[in-house]
Design a binder for this molecule. Structure first.
Ligand SMILES: [Zn+2]
Ligand SMILES: [Zn+2]
Length: 99
């Protein structure tokens, strides 16, 4: 986690700035996003917004990922696979529930 001189948090990949010092920003669709330290760089200098995080492997940060997007998502949402480290994962789909 690193801050700009005026206390905002900036995504290291697309240079997006947070609107507050907690890291929140407004997404184009009006929802609130969050700029945070990625899991693969918890103690390092990188910060990522949610759009950039979705383009990277949550395990190693590689962009060599394959998104698995079935027509009907599973109980934990959509998933992906990383060509660099071989890990698989799934994303939680927030407030959407599947019954
Ligand atoms: Zn970004
Ligand atoms: Zn990976």
């Amino acid at each position: 986690m690193s801050r700009t001189s005026n206390g905002k948090i900036q995504c290291n990949f697309c240079r997006k700035l947070s609107g507050s010092d907690e890291g929140f920003y407004a997404k184009p669709d009006g929802r609130t996003g969050y700029i945070h330290s990625p899991d693969w760089d918890k103690d390092g200098p990188f910060d990522t917004c949610e759009e950039c995080a979705e383009k990277r492997c949550p395990w190693c940060g590689s962009t060599l990922i394959i998104n698995v997007t079935p027509a009907i998502p599973g109980p934990t949402g959509w998933g992906g696979r990383c060509k660099s480290c071989g890990e698989r994962w799934s994303w939680n789909v927030g407030s959407v529930s599947f019954t």
